[in-house]
Ligand binder design. Structure first.
Ligand code: FAD
Length: 398
């Protein structure tokens, strides 16, 4: 029998690669090996589940066995891949070796952890998977019905931190957010948009501790006491760290596959090793400005995964003939902060320019000498309805 197409990872990238490949090829055997249970869920729902009173079980949209059967996939759940031998075209797991025709790395990213002082530092949680969410959900529900006497401290005012702040405050918890920047979503938004978001979440009683960091976490009277870099203390029942994700390059690096901020792939999704491909939060896509060069960017969002999975499937089906190339069309991200809906299309890294406010609620990112050549935008509140029109207006950049 032919060796299978082997996919590592059952996140959106892994399952979407399966879905796209099966549209083209129903015969080639596919094996999907994953450290988790393999259930299909939409990860973005993790940060708006409390408001909808949904627990981990309600977030699974297709159980692992069902999706595996639908796409005729041999699923190996709860199986960690420990090594890749690219010369022998085999991956190693605790339960034995698995040969492959082609290998897809869809291993995602891991939460960044900063070393914290204090005897309760190990109680800080992060949420980047359904299992993580299960722990977080269980920890909160054990404290009783959502109420303002249950205090949650969130480390990080980026996309995930702000989404959780909105969701949890909206559900009735007392939320405090700590971030070293002087404003929320500083990496994505112009200052006035950050100010709008800060005010909107303050309207839900979110307490902001900006321009400082969490230094230590100590147990205190059955709860936790956080000491901040500015000397203040903060009491919390649960601490959630949302300070960012880093592409998981562990396996690829150990196998000698080129990695930088992620597993380096070209526009055809090939890694530096023959018959090995990558996509999703773990990948670093080459920029068109330097095709094939080991530079590019990570794109840890849903839309790039959907686009990458199509390209990957076409190239796998064509037996590596490189018939398809990933194009970076404008892929704006909708930030799930209903207190202030936001759509952000951040400019590509390395492209110079400045934010120009068109009106309060609409900002364009454009070169200073060519304000009409905008290649990024932010929309807030009612202005988010202009999303599609603006996507068409943006100058494409790689
Ligand atoms: C809370 C939250 C909210 C988000 N909201 C949005 C949003 O609103 N819009 C948006 O566009 N994006 C959002 N994102 C980002 C988006 O969800 C991710 O880009 C996407 O889900 C990543 O999918 P992935 O398959 O690349 O990685 P993952 O989902 O991390 O999957 C990685 C898989 O690899 C497996 N794996 C890893 N290592 C091994 C190994 N050695 N052996 C076996 N298996 C292994 C894991 O078990 C897992 O199944 C959000 C992310 C989070 C955390």
């Amino acid at each position: 029998m032919d060796q299978p197409l082997l996919i590592i990872g059952a996140g959106l990238a892994g399952w979407q690669a399966v879905r796209e490949f099966r549209k083209l090829d129903t015969a080639t055997p596919i094996t999907l090996v994953t450290a988790d249970a393999g259930d299909f869920y939409a990860k973005p729902t993790l940060s708006n589940a409390f408001g909808q009173k949904r627990g981990p079980a309600q977030l699974v949209t297709t159980p692992a066995a069902t999706i595996a059967q639908t796409f005729n996939v041999t699923l190996l759940p709860h199986t960690q891949v420990t090594a890749i031998d690219t010369a022998a075209q085999v991956v190693h797991t605790a339960t034995g070796p698995l040969p492959y025709r082609d290998l897809v790395l869809a291993t995602g990213a891991q939460p960044i952890r900063v070393p914290l002082a204090g005897a309760a530092a190990d109680q800080v949680l992060s949420v980047n998977s359904l299992a993580d969410f299960g722990v977080f959900h269980q920890r909160l529900t054990a404290l009783g019905e959502a109420a303002p006497n249950i205090r949650i401290a969130i480390m990080g005012a980026g996309l995930i931190g702000c989404e959780f702040a909105n969701d949890l405050a909206g559900a009735g918890y007392a939320v405090a957010v700590v971030d070293p920047s002087d404003r929320p979503l500083a990496a994505l938004l112009p200052p006035t948009a950050s100010a709008q978001l800060q005010a909107a979440l303050a309207g839900l009683s979110v307490q902001w501790h900006l321009g400082t960091t969490v230094h230590s976490v100590e147990p205190l009277d059955g709860a936790l006491s956080l000491t901040l870099g500015n000397g203040q203390t903060l009491a919390a029942d649960v601490v959630l760290s949302a300070i960012g994700l880093r592409a998981d390059t562990t396996l690829a690096q150990a196998a000698g596959i080129a990695c930088e901020r992620g597993i380096v792939v070209n526009r055809q999704l090939q890694t530096s090793a023959p018959h090995v491909w990558a996509l999703g939060d773990g990948a670093q896509y080459a920029s068109a400005a330097s095709p094939g060069a080991p530079t590019g960017r990570t794109l840890p969002y849903v839309m790039p995964i959907m686009a990458a999975a199509k390209v990957l499937a076409a190239n796998l089906f064509g037996s590596g003939a490189n018939i398809a190339t990933l194009e970076f069309v404008a892929m704006p991200v909708a930030i799930k902060t209903p207190a202030l809906p936001i759509v952000a299309h951040p400019p590509a890294p390395g492209h110079l320019g400045a934010w120009v406010e068109q009106t309060l609620g609409e900002w364009w990112f454009a070169p200073a000498d060519a304000p009409e050549r905008a290649h990024g935008f932010v929309l807030t509140g009612p202005h988010t309805s202009k999303r599609m029109a603006l996507v068409k207006q943006m100058v494409p950049v790689a």
